[in-house]
Design a binder for this molecule. Sequence first.
Ligand SMILES: [Zn+2]
Length: 288
Amino acid sequence: MPELPEVETVRMQLWSKLSGRKIIRVKVFHEKTVGADGGFSRKLKGLTFADINRIGKLLIFSFRNKPGLYLLGHLKMTGQFFFVDKKGKLVGGGHAVSAADTIQFPGRHTRVAFHLEDGGTLYFNDMRLFGYLRLANEKSLQETRARFGPEPIAADFDPEQFADSLKKRKSSIKAVLLDQTFVAGLGNIYVDEALFYAGIKPTRQANKLTRVEAAKLAGGAKIILEEAIKNGGTTFQHFVDAEGKKGNHSAHLQVFGRQGLPCYRCGTIIKKTRVAGRGTHYCPGCQR
Ligand SMILES: [Zn+2]
């Protein structure tokens, strides 16, 4: 499953392709992807992309000529956005499940196609059908936004408030960081990496962390996410970015997927265990 850095990579690259482009026709191949909204295609026809934002892993497209209408897109397990230009060249991407996904458009897993004025097409592919596209108005967007906690990389992220909130949580710090309503955008990979950065064992009770540890964790989460975005995301399960390139962040991971290998920092063997129902990696030497 893509995490925040992968989705952010897709967002930035889609933006470079879609900015100012007009939708002339929308073809829905699979109704489940767009939900019960019968007017999906009709409402988007004629709109020009104004911006692409993101809340956690949810992409939010807005339009120049229709303020107050938004297109929300979530990749979930296997969703992909592919942009194909008018010459048929693939210049966009998302989350490739197999090489076959990028050969034919529309393909077997294409759920929605957005035909653009200049001949390019944006395809939403999704093999397992957990991903979705939904129209939202200002009110439903605000409701969606309210379900997400603050994001460590947001300009207004407040480490003090983060530390205060931790004091109210008795579950493991790993479980708390995975909870998107508490803090948005950290998935399994980056939670393990942030906890390693801060020297905190994943099983520690959240409310037992000191202020210093909480501050280090907040700072670490930001650094870890920013670095992963810079590297185009981590390549797992054939994730490719919007230009068909694989992310190259996996070489930078300190503990995730490194069980049985010596810690880069102290040489202790990295352990893998299960915390909050998820495979969890940590260094028994560095993390207390
Ligand atoms: Zn170590």
